[in-house]
Design a protein around this ligand. Structure first.
Ligand SMILES: Nc1ncnc2c1ncn2[C@@H]1O[C@H](COP(=O)(O)OP(=O)(O)O)[C@@H](O)[C@H]1O
Ligand SMILES: [Mg+2]
Length: 233
């Protein structure tokens, strides 16, 4: 945009993103000049072959990877201009992240896992809020279980409760059903889209599942680090 600011209707704006990862002979030019805008409240499915850069692009949007070049504007904040502390604070308040392999802290109970980001953000009543979030994902009876004592679907519910607990504007999910059977995966998808709707969040998810991609408002296809096509659903 000419004035350099994202419009309020834009949740995520990427401009000319370039990123290489790895060292020496293992260095890979992963993202090659990617520009993309995601509207507030939109659900976007990122698809494309394995190795095309989907996870890396999602991490750039989430402020977990810094691009070598380009702009990343999320909720009108230029992430490239933030130092590490400010970026971590921004992520904690504004961005919820769900991974394929759940990424729960194994030594913490479900309740402690969900309370953690709230405590890190100095939210009052973190445990009461965490309990309510777990009840909202149907896990009111598993508050004091450790991740290893939960099924894959239950662990992903905990991870989703943890992601949405701080009420982020942006939810990103990297193959959230990739480690789950079809029935459980469907339930997780329903849950993710319900929470997105209820909270008016913007959702960007990486998926191999055509059924899941069709639930999104729009699909963006990557190939070898460039946007191949963007199709409205
Ligand atoms: N830390 C890294 N060092 C070197 N290469 C990497 C690193 N992370 C990812 N890559 C490479 O970048 C490419 C894109 O990876 P990724 O974003 O995980 O793709 P996708 O999620 O679409 O499968 C792959 O070729 C991968 O091997
Ligand atoms: Mg990936």
């Amino acid at each position: 945009m000419s004035d350099g600011k994202a419009s309020p209707a834009t949740a995520i704006r990427l401009e000319g993103i370039d990123l290489s990862l790895g060292r020496g002979a293992a260095r890979v030019h992963v993202l090659r000049g990617i520009s993309l805008a995601v509207a507030r409240g939109e659900a976007v499915g990122l698809v494309g072959p394995s190795g095309s850069g989907k996870s890396t692009l999602l991490m750039v949007m989430a402020g977990l990877e810094r691009p070598d070049a380009g702009r990343v504007v999320v909720e009108e904040t230029d992430l490239v201009g933030l130092d590490e502390d400010a970026l971590a604070r921004f992520r904690g308040r504004r961005i919820g992240i769900v991974f394929q392999s759940f990424h729960l802290v194994p030594t913490m109970t479900a309740l402690e896992n969900v309370a953690l980001p709230l405590e890190l953000a100095d939210r009052p009543g973190a445990h009461a809020r965490a309990r309510a979030e777990l009840e909202a994902v149907g896990l009111g009876h598993r508050l004091h279980h450790y991740p290893a004592q939960l099924s894959g679907g239950e662990q992903q519910r905990v991870a989703i409760a943890r992601a949405v607990a701080p009420d982020p504007a942006i939810l990103v999910a990297d193959e959230p059903t990739g480690n789950l059977d079809e029935t459980t995966g469907r339930q997780i998808v329903d849950l993710l889209f319900r929470l997105k709707r209820d909270r008016g969040a913007t959702l960007v998810l990486v998926t191999h599942d055509n059924g899941l991609a069709r639930l999104c408002d729009r699909t963006v296809r990557l190939r070898s680090g460039v946007v191949e096509e963007a199709v409205a659903a």
